[in-house]
Design a protein around this ligand. Structure first.
Ligand code: AHM
Ligand code: MG
Length: 328
């Protein structure tokens, strides 16, 4: 039996035509798909080619850069620039905004390979991206956009081969890579309302240093849910999207050594937290920061800004947000 699946490009073409849109976004997405497939290839062959180690460089955030972080960043930059549709890009791996094509229509904020601690093991990592549209009315000043102004956000789980994308006010959709390297079979993602499948996901090593209210909430609630943590946001959020529950990466505020506190949290706003928060909203969920305010409303002040993140099923995020707001 011949099997003809709907590809992501079929899906997007139909979507753009139905809404009377231009093809610019298709061209942009084509470049993002090309990049993802290249990264997938380098990741799968990374162990064989000796590409899983450190590059010897340290990035602006003081973190050691892996060879694959660099490769993935070059791949994404190449395809975005070649699309001719990107005015500026922001990458986790680059200190400054990357100017691309002065006539481009989009800003792209990306983390080319998220979840670096999994790289040496060839385990799950993510390629995350958010897209905002430039001001088409006049000259673009390059100001930074809040997540609520993104028009799309997505993530590839590498090397699993899943791709999940949310389109503004058009839902959140998951695709799987097939043997022809096409992402196929669109499935609409909605966070399940039945708490029986819900999961909690966080790095328990930091637990004693979370704010008191969050520690108490975990004490009261954690036994109700399964606990899962992969250490790569794309993989952990992938599970939450399917099963529901709560992913949290809180601020570190109670460390006995004050130098080890991270009141801003660890995850980066523009290309990590806002991306998954946008997808979560389109799947019926919610995401807030350490003050209990919506991640999507935060207007970034600089491109590598960090934030705490509470993400997932609306009911759980609202419970936690109420505690976070109380403490203020
Ligand atoms: P990275 O950009 O250096 O890879 O860090 C981001 C990652 C996320 O994917 C993940 O959710 C988190 O950091 C894991 O952090 P930790 O190792 O502290 O649990
Ligand atoms: Mg990252």
């Amino acid at each position: 039996m011949l099997n003809f699946e709907i590809t992501f490009m079929d899906f997007l073409l139909e979507h753009q035509e139905r809404h009377g849109r231009t093809y610019h976004f298709l061209i942009l997405m084509n470049s993002i798909l090309n990049a993802a497939k290249r990264i997938q290839h380098y990741y799968l062959t990374g162990a064989l080619r000796g590409n899983l180690g450190l590059s010897g460089l340290v990035n602006i955030q003081g973190e050691k850069v892996m060879k694959l972080d660099q490769i993935a960043n070059e791949v994404v930059k190449h395809y975005l620039a070649r699309s001719g549709r990107v005015i500026y890009a922001v990458s986790e791996e680059e200190d400054e905004i990357i100017p691309m094509n002065a006539a481009g229509r989009y800003f792209v904020y990306y983390d080319p390979l998220d979840g670096s601690s999994n790289i040496p093991h060839n385990l799950r990592v993510g390629f995350l991206f958010g897209v905002a549209k430039r001001n088409l009315e006049g000259p673009e000043d390059g100001h930074l956009r809040a997540g609520q102004d993104y028009i799309a956000a997505g993530m590839f789980v590498i090397p699993t081969g899943t791709f999940t994308i949310a389109l503004r006010e058009a839902g959140c959709w998951r695709f799987h890579i097939d043997e022809t390297m096409n992402y196929v079979k669109p499935t609409s993602m909605e966070l399940p309302s039945d708490p029986r499948t819900w999961e909690l996901s966080f790095n328990s090593a930091h637990r004693d240093y979370f704010a008191r209210g969050i520690r108490d909430w975990l004490d009261r609630n954690e036994k109700k849910y399964q606990f899962r943590y992969l250490g790569a946001l794309a993989g952990d959020f992938h599970r939450i999207l399917s099963n529901g529950g709560l992913f949290l990466y809180p601020a570190i505020v109670n460390h006995p050594d004050p130098r080890k506190n991270y009141p801003q949290g660890k995850l980066r706003l523009m290309y990590e937290a806002a991306v998954v928060s946008f997808m979560c909203r389109e799947a019926g969920g919610l995401a807030v920061d350490e003050d209990g305010r919506s991640i999507l409303e935060i207007k970034p002040e600089h491109i590598h800004q960090r934030t705490a993140l509470y993400l997932g099923s609306r009911q759980l995020v609202e419970e936690v947000a109420a505690i976070l707001k109380e403490k203020k």
